[in-house]
Design a binder for this molecule. Structure first.
Ligand SMILES: C[S@@+](CC[C@H](N)C(=O)[O-])C[C@H]1O[C@@H](n2cnc3c(N)ncnc32)[C@H](O)[C@@H]1O
Length: 257
């Protein structure tokens, strides 16, 4: 890797974009013209997260990340980079990579932090070497478990964070006729035999939403916003003054290492 780009062992070269990212998503692996989160979702998430509403989640993650003392880490499905930036700031040293399949998300991420290696890439084909990473993050994102297992070094750790049972319950009640609790252990059904959960922790707090922008951005950055009828959206924006935030963090390691 150089400041202007990278080359692979098959002598394919990839230039660094002027914003600073590398686009390592070959066109034949794109399922659509603009895969991943669209501009509206990315901008809503960027505005909401920049308001500091999820700072307790970032602090929670950083505490666990610092305890791992990684030298090479990767945030998989990093979105517009809010957590990647918080992580690199907390770690203070080491080499950070963060990838997302959404070009818009990575363009926004480049504005957040110049020290991270931002990649447009698919989590199903991560362009990094086998067993090269000490710490992986999967934060509110889908995950390709086989790729995660391939990337983890012998003593590597995967920190997986996702919604727990009552996450955004009040918002979901305003959108759906019947609300099912999240099955927060569902993701573990796909855990490969070579990986195991060694620790699980929950973070719960009540989040006050002081204005219409905060409520609208929260709605639009979630899949619920895409599904909601207009009248439900209006109701959320006008009346949702507080919401439960409840997340689950799993620390996952290789079996037997
Ligand atoms: C809910 S967002 C979470 C973003 C970020 N981790 C956060 O919490 O702010 C999920 C992200 O996964 C990305 N994504 C979805 N499928 C992907 C794939 N196959 N490869 C890489 N990223 C993907 C989306 O573009 C989106 O930015």
């Amino acid at each position: 890797m150089t400041s202007t780009g990278v080359a692979c062992e098959n002598k394919h070269s990839f230039d660094r974009a002027r914003q600073g990212y590398l686009n390592l998503l070959p066109v034949q692996y794109k399922a659509s013209r603009a895969p991943g989160d669209n501009t509206a979702m990315v901008q809503a998430r960027r505005s909401f997260l920049s308001g500091g509403y999820y700072r307790p989640i970032a602090d929670f993650l950083c505490e666990h990340a610092v305890a791992c003392k990684p030298s090479e880490w990767l945030d998989i499905g990093c979105g517009e980079g809010y957590y990647s930036h918080a992580i690199t700031t907390a770690l203070g040293s080491g080499s950070g990579y963060a990838l997302d399949i959404s070009k818009e998300a990575i363009i926004q991420a480049c504005k957040r932090d110049k020290s991270i290696n931002w990649l447009i890439a698919s989590m199903a084909r991560v362009p990094l070497a086998t067993k090269s990473l000490d710490l992986l993050f999967s934060i509110f994102s889908p995950l390709d478990w086989q790729e995660a297992e391939r990337l983890l070094s012998a003593r590597g750790v995967l920190l997986h964070l996702g919604p727990a049972r009552d996450h955004l319950l009040e918002l979901r009640k305003m959108i759906y006729d019947s609300v099912r609790p999240y099955n927060d252990a569902k993701h573990l059904a796909k855990l490969p035999d070579g990986l195991q959960v060694v620790h699980t922790e929950f973070l719960n707090f009540t989040l006050n939403l002081p204005d219409r922008d905060a409520r609208l951005n929260l709605l639009l950055m979630t899949p619920h916003g895409q599904r909601a009828r207009q009248e439900c959206r209006d109701n959320v924006v006008q009346t949702l003054e507080a919401v439960t935030v409840s997340v689950r963090l799993d620390r996952i390691e290789r079996v037997g290492d």
